[in-house]
Write a protein that binds this ligand. Sequence first.
Ligand code: FUL
Length: 504
Amino acid sequence: MKRLLTIGLCLLTASLALAQEEAPAPIAPLPTKYQVAWQQMETYAFIHFGTNTFLDREWGYGDAPLNSFNPTRLDCEQWARTLKAAGMKGVIITAKHHDGFCLWPTQYTDYSVRNSPFRDGKGDVVGELAAACKKYGLKMGVYLSPWDRHQAFYGTPLYVEYFHAQLEELMTQYGELFEVWFDGANGGDGYYGGAREERKIDHRKYYDFPRAHKMVFKHQPQAIIFSDGGPGCRWVGNEKGYAFPTNWSFLRINDVYPGYAQFEELQSGHADGDTWVAAECDVSIRPGWFYHESEDDRVKTPEYLTDLYYRSVGHNGTLLLNFPVDRDGLIHPNDSANAVDFRKRIEAELSNNLLVKGATVKASDTRDKAFPAKVLTDGNYDTYWATHDGVTSATLTFTFKRQQRVNRLSLQEYIPLGQRVKAFTAEYLDGKQWRKLDTGEETTTIGYKRLLRFPTVTTKALRISITDSRGPVCLNAVGAYYAAGAEASYKADTRKYDQQKLLR
Ligand code: FUL
């Protein structure tokens, strides 16, 4: 009996070892589990709010009188409800913008809500938002501008201590945060306690970011740190809300620093990067980041926002969509209407995956039974199709039970094992002929998610061919959709976005 048990145990251990051997080895650089969870959020909101809102400014000089900040109907629950309805998974607030005014009652400066008319000096906008996020199930993040145009001691070592101390308040007083945002705009002219002059700092060294990062990780290990060069996620190199179709989630980390001006590189990442720093595509729903009444009729349309979704989330990035809260302290109805409509469109276009029930799949190569192509449509993030070691090109053929109209495709790599695919093709069966889908953009990287739009085809089968990869292919999801009525907007969008013209 004992012998049998030993043999049984040995067999079990051997098969477990085998199963482990069978999984493809990860290929560095790899994301942390927090970076994967962050990318899965896909869309989240920015709130720009402060003295600029009341003075019709974009960059406050740092001299705004304290009594200028006076939202009389501020309601963070209205923000949370609106953002939730717009499908946002979290919200990042400008706790302090470049003007230095603090939306929370920090103990380190008088220049805050504490000395404003708002709630008779007893208010705390960051705290109210944290409570609303908790109530409505949104994640929360903070923007703390390193550049401070108000403080007299900006530019001295004392300011660096001040910046770190404020950061510590934010990291410890408002519960769990999903992201911390360090703006790249740094140093220049300002009020600086009345000096009204230009001040320059060393972008790379002045703020002692390594120390700031350590502190963030100590209090908020899950928080993703944004800056031009990460370390958690990177600026996408434009403020228009899109990444390039070719988009690697890697950077040569030592090359990029706050204020890095190689915008094209940031839009595509570094194919040979050594660190996982995925792209975040920030954009405002209006022309400005802060509220201006003159822009009430210039809110981005649902069509425009939908297009941006395909070019941000669909280009292996996240979409950070800004809502300029108005002078009442509310999200303006024009903004909420368009944002909610945008979400409905995305859902209508991408909710019915035609491959789930209506098609069978065949793979040209499958690693073994644990990684079959059929899991590509099982809705489980952690099951994936994989090819054998050494197989870096492979084909997936989806055959429909009956002809289908299709004009959208969605592909996902299993990024916990790295980003691998360098090139692929997407085709449909036209009679007996395979023809390329007219995607209007290069089919290179996939990453966390790649969405493709093309004029409607009516077809019996689709074929995805991975033609080059950094290692065995690991895909965890494929979707095919028919977005009714979206054809016209697709064509218009293609004209609007000539990639070369839109670098900046
Ligand atoms: C920029 C800032 O200068 C803008 O005011 C805004 O906050 C944007 C998100 O980042 O660098």
